[in-house]
Design a protein. Structure first.
Length: 251
């Protein structure tokens, strides 16, 4: 059960601000995994601050720890073992992936609450675009009702899959902004095959939203849930750009 949980995992006063990094080109999946592992170890050791890393991947499928091989219908793209929880999912251009590396030892060692807070983060960001995202007790992620399709129809607009090492979180969320939705047909997304459940995106819902708009919405909703302002970063590594928190519009 997640609806019975309060959300929000604030940082204590005086902690370093969370670093906010945005890749300006697609990041190879193997490189992302290696970077997350190294950064999580550095966070656990107190050598680096917590990090939210926003990026896109080239088209690919990832298998979580609960994935079934029969959920790969058409392996038209590379398939990677992700090491995160969950089943099969797709990543590709037009999808905002947010890898969230936070220290739960200091914030509170409650994984269920962390997952519920990630869902709430997405729901609040979607509300800025007048989209009503909802959580489901039997299905992880964020869903949008689609009564115009069929009675009881719902589409998934965002997926969640995490891993925790030394109480530091890895992986995170993926929000569909404008991906090629036909690419999801190569798998059974998250193991859900019922006909009334599908996949959608902000553009599919008729909203002309840019990736930069989504980034600002995510940043704008982060502080209330995780406790303090996110740091603006310089281009300290290839493929990264800054996102200035002072430019985030209010709700």
């Amino acid at each position: 059960m997640r609806d019975d949980l309060t959300v929000g995992m604030p940082a204590a006063a005086g902690w370093p601000a969370v670093e906010w990094r945005v890749a300006d080109r697609p990041v190879a999946y193997e490189a992302a995994l290696a970077f997350m592992d190294a950064r999580a170890a550095a966070i656990a050791a107190g050598r680096e601050p917590e990090l939210v890393w926003l990026l896109e991947h080239p088209p690919l499928y990832t298998a979580g720890t609960s994935a079934q091989r029969q959920d790969i219908v058409d392996a038209r793209f590379p398939v990677f073992e992700a090491g995160r929880g969950g089943q099969m999912t797709y990543h590709g251009p037009g999808q905002r992936v947010a890898y969230v590396m936070l220290d739960l030892k200091r914030r509170g060692p409650d994984v269920r609450k962390f997952v519920a807070t990630l869902e709430e983060w997405i729901i609040r960001a979607l509300a800025r675009f007048n989209v009503r995202g909802e959580r489901r007790e039997d299905r992880i992620g964020v869903w949008v009702r689609r009564p115009e399709k069929a009675e009881g129809a719902e589409d998934k607009i965002a997926a969640i899959g995490i891993r925790v090492k030394q109480w530091v979180t890895l992986h995170g969320i993926s929000l569909n902004v404008d991906p090629d939705l036909t690419h999801f047909s190569g798998i059974v997304p998250c193991g859900i095959s019922e006909q009334r459940y599908g996949v959608t995106s902000l553009i599919d819902l008729g909203l002309p939203v840019s990736m930069a708009d989504v980034d600002m919405a995510l940043l704008g909703e982060f502080e209330d849930l995780f406790g303090y302002a996110v740091a603006s970063t310089e281009n300290t590594s290839p493929g990264a750009r800054s996102l200035n928190s002072s430019a985030v519009p209010s709700r």
